[in-house]
Design a protein around this ligand. Structure first.
Ligand code: UGA
Length: 447
């Protein structure tokens, strides 16, 4: 099929490259000219395992192309995926300016019966507004001077009609290719059999259940899924805080809980909380959606509060053990918001580095992938190329990202080079016994 993707961020680029690898003819559109020029040469602006290879394969097979021009990309395509950013506005709601700008850009060029699909995470009701907007742009005569057309009044088989659908994305950074190619489920929010048929054709080679639901339900599934996962994390973090009081080990508790298939073991890793570009934003947006619909989502508010408190609780533990951080040297291992990515959006490692500096500490940092991004936001910090160099002379080593490199590191290598032998494991990835055998004191979360 002929497909266009608007936006070459995480979701857009992965969707484009993966659909091309399944034999579709895909054109990716972005307003950023330098990004498009780089992509044409197979240069990927983000670190995502496997993405470079799959983009190159698409380019080589002439199935994946890039352009800045909607006028070039859109005519003749059967499906347009909107995968532009929906950053948080000041009140926590999703800012939809990029979505509606994309709609303006593509509307004049859409072919008859094209399906416009949202991949971007958008509040419930947004796709109906997208449909209205496209109808106004394509059939100004129907709006009769008003800014709104009642799209439900327009017959679906009307010639020149465009279909709208919601097809939320559930991929995780660092595992994006696998998540896209082998999804647990594909959610299609559609309001016409024609759109369902087209999208089933797009995903015909995917071996997973396809959920055919209303557009509103699809939009809600995305928010509810992210909010539930975030709630699981905040829940286990609160259990961890109680474990510290009663002398239990949260890792064992999570293992015991997760063995019950009704609970499941995933997303029960206690630590300093969730970060990234999705959970913090989507959880706040769902709280906002609830509010504007007259519902006070108390549980979700607590999820947010617990997540905000969790990191500072751990930070205070470091301060307490060190008897204040002023003049001390802290080595922070981990600047990416999680392992497997170079993304530092809502990264707790970055927050910690800034806070330690603010409180008079000297800070050295190391991350296997996120150093370049971190250099753009961190000041007065020593950047090092290895764990050993960052740890040299430190009073405390603080782990903020769950990289395997940290997990597998032999801390005895730095035992003679640190000022104080203290390891603070904000992701519970190390074995207390091993660290203590290597002569360090170990502080985890909930254990
Ligand atoms: C998340 C969802 O997992 C994806 O399904 C979704 O598609 C994506 O958001 C999105 O909306 O685009 P992502 O943000 O890439 O994916 O990262 P996760 O692996 O979910 O991790 C999020 C945060 O939670 C990280 O900071 C991670 O360290 C933390 N986390 C995760 C925990 O603290 N404990 C856990 O048990 C799991």
């Amino acid at each position: 099929m002929k497909i266009a993707i608007i936006g070459t961020g995480y979701a857009g680029l992965v969707t484009g490259a993966c659909l091309a690898s399944r034999g579709h003819e895909v054109v990716c559109v972005d307003i950023d000219e330098s990004k498009i020029n780089a992509l044409k040469n197979g240069e990927i602006p983000i670190y995502e395992p496997g993405l470079t290879e799959i983009v190159q394969e698409g380019i080589d097979r002439n199935l994946l192309t890039f352009t800045t021009l909607a006028s070039e990309a859109i005519p003749g395509v059967q499906v347009v995926f909107l995968a532009v950013g929906t950053p948080p506005a000041d009140d926590g709601s999703a800012d939809l300016k990029y979505v509606f700008q994309a709609v303006e850009d593509i509307a004049p060029y859409l072919s008859e019966s094209c399906v416009v699909v949202s991949k971007s995470t958008v509040p419930v009701g947004t796709n109906a507004k997208i449909k209205d907007r496209i109808l106004i742009l394509r059939h100004p005569e129907r709006s009769e001077g008003s800014t709104r057309v009642d799209s439900s009044a327009v017959p679906q088989n009307d010639s020149g009609d465009i279909f709208v659908a919601s097809n939320p994305e559930f991929l995780r950074e660092g595992k994006a290719i696998d998540d896209f190619m082998k999804p647990d489920r594909i959610v299609l929010g559609v309001d016409s059999p024609q759109a369902t048929a087209v999208l089933k054709e797009v995903y015909k080679d995917f071996d997973c259940p396809i959920l055919d639901v209303s557009i509103e339900s699809a939009e809600m599934i995305k928010y509810a899924s992210n909010a539930f996962l975030a709630a699981k994390i905040s829940f286990i973090n609160e259990i961890a805080n109680i474990c510290e009081g009663v002398g239990a080990d949260v890792k064992d508790v999570a293992r015991g809980m997760g063995s019950d298939p009704r609970i499941g073991p995933a997303f029960l890793n206690a630590g300093i909380g969730y970060g990234g570009s999705c959970f913090p934003k989507d959880v706040r947006a769902l709280d906002q959606i609830a509010g504007v619909n007259g519902y006070d989502f108390k549980l979700l508010k607590s999820v947010i509060q617990v997540n905000n408190d969790q990191r500072w609780r751990f930070y205070k533990k470091v301060e307490k053990v060190l008897k204040g951080v002023e003049g001390k040297k802290i080595a922070i291992l981990g600047l990416a918001f999680k392992a497997g990515t170079d993304d530092i959006r809502e990264s707790i490692g970055i927050d910690f580095a800034q806070k330690f500096i603010e409180n008079g500490a000297r800070v050295s940092v190391y991350d296997p992938q996120a150093m370049d991004n971190a250099r753009e936001v961190l000041e007065r910090v020593g950047f090092y190329d290895s764990i050993e160099e960052a740890a040299k002379g430190s009073d405390a080593i603080v782990i903020t990202t769950e990289w395997n490199e940290f997990k597998d590191f032999d801390f005895s290598k730095v035992a003679d080079q640190v000022s104080q032998k203290l390891v603070f494991d904000g992701r519970n990835i190390l074995s207390r016994k091993n660290i203590e055998n290597q002569g360090f004191r170990y502080f985890g979360i909930g254990r």
